[in-house]
Design a protein around this ligand. Structure first.
Ligand code: SAM
Ligand code: SF4
Length: 392
């Protein structure tokens, strides 16, 4: 009998943007010339060749091309990249193949070509349907650009579209956020991601944070709670803190992150979880290219490599799974780790049940909506208590 291949996710990082947004600290550069872009894609292809042998027992069932802005790539480069995926790995016929798109970077012809290449899911960065908010964020597109791109994407055959939105934007009111959500729901995407604006060190927003009119935690809480209710009425289930989908249309790739399933990252700054090890590729385009092309320079391509201890694996499992609406099931935990969940951290989660932050149904623990909003705080407290944990 043929041995069943194990599923594997593939992430490819495209570190190019037309302009940096004022809030974003994802690794990307602007103004790259076509030679650098071509060279970078060649290096990603070589990296795939290098790791293909270690992935022999696997079948790629999700591909996620993220960035940066993957759609700044000329379509020819996209084609080289995807043909390298097919050449070097066993790619499932049913693979979910997603690319992130910025509304200013993909026209009708480009979207049609992407679809023809096999991309079957788009994640569109929209952020807001309010033009003043878009301008303040430093976005390079208008609301109309988004609407046109969305229409073109449907016409090109995309039947699985996700839209990224942000809340907690400077000067954003609860009403303005509500209008954005209403606007997007009327377009009927299959999936929505709602991110609370985080002020990241090293970004223009970080430098000017004292002058930004940030809405504050209470308003952010109101926006989140309203969104969860509203989206439910519009047919979207929250399946993860920030992610909502029509039934059955959750992001299969992102679910791998929260289920602690295996994935491999290609390109600079890409993360992997493979063979029980977590690691990332160095965050520098030029060092990445050199490290791939001239291995004898001993350029260290991989950084932060870590094989998780047993306790770290248990803590990480709880951290990731509690992000999901499904939460953690004590029996599954015991089966996976041979450890009693209640003794490990369940008894501390119990302390949050009476105030309505955690919902417990038998052996199943999950966060309520208000619990989701403060989940980082609760989990760091609860896991700090976990026996033998140095994890804070
Ligand atoms: C890696 S970005 C790629 C999206 C694509 N480049 C675009 O901007 O159109 C993915 C998403 O992360 C979110 N994001 C980036 N920086 C953030 C921040 N500081 N706080 C909250 N969300 C952020 C945005 O919603 C963005 O669409
Ligand atoms: S949000 Fe997207 S377009 Fe803006 S800088 Fe980040 S990756 Fe680039």
């Amino acid at each position: 009998m043929k041995k069943q291949k194990k599923p594997l996710g593939l992430y490819i990082h495209i570190p190019f943007c037309l302009k940096k947004c004022a809030y974003c600290d994802f690794y990307s550069c602007t103004g790259a010339d076509p030679d650098l872009v071509h060279h970078y894609i060649s290096s990603c292809m070589l990296q795939m060749e290098d790791i293909s042998e270690s992935c022999r027992g696997y079948e790629i069932d999700t591909v996620y091309i993220g960035g940066g802005t993957p759609t700044t790539l000329p379509i020819k480069e996209f084609e080289r990249l995807l043909s390298a995926v097919e050449r070097n790995f066993k790619l499932s016929r049913y693979a979910e193949i997603t690319t992130e798109v910025n509304p200013a970077t993909a026209d009708k012809k480009y979207l049609k070509a992407l679809h023809k290449l096999g991309v079957n899911r788009l994640s569109i960065g929209f952020q807001s349907a309010n033009i003043s908010e878009l301008e303040l964020l430093g976005r390079i597109h208008t609301v109309e650009d988004f609407a046109n791109m969305y229409k073109d994407a449907r016409a090109a055959g995309f039947d699985n579209i996700s839209v990224d939105l942000m809340y907690g934007i400077p000067a954003q009111s609860v009403q303005s956020f509500q209008s954005t959500l209403e606007y997007v729901c009327n377009m009927n995407p299959e999936h929505l991601s709602l991110y609370c604006l985080k002020i990241e060190e090293g970004t223009p927003f970080y430098e000017m944070q004292n002058t930004l009119e940030l809405p504050g935690e209470d308003a952010e809480y109101d926006m989140y709670m309203w969104a969860v209710d509203y989206l439910k009425k519009r047919g979207y289930d929250r399946y993860e803190i920030s992610n909502f989908a029509k039934p059955g249309l959750e992001s299969r790739h992102n679910l791998k992150y929260w289920n602690a399933d295996e994935y491999i990252g290609i390109g600079t700054a890409a993360h992997s979880y493979f063979g029980g090890e977590r690691y990332s590729v160095i965050k520098n385009i030029y060092d990445f290219i050199d490290g791939i092309e001239i291995p004898e320079t001993n350029m260290r391509l991989i950084e932060g490599s870590k094989t998780l201890s047993f306790r770290e694996r248990m803590s990480e499992y709880v951290m990731l799974r509690m992000r999901l609406d499904a939460g953690v099931n004590a029996e599954d935990f015991a089966e996976l780790f041979g450890t009693d969940f209640h003794a490990f951290c369940g008894k501390h989660l119990d302390e949050y049940v009476k105030d309505g932050f955690v919902i417990r149904q038998g052996g199943n623990y999950r966060f309520s909506s208000k619990g989701m909003f403060v989940s980082n705080y609760i989990l760091s407290t609860v896991l700090d208590f976990a026996p033998g944990n140095s994890f804070a």
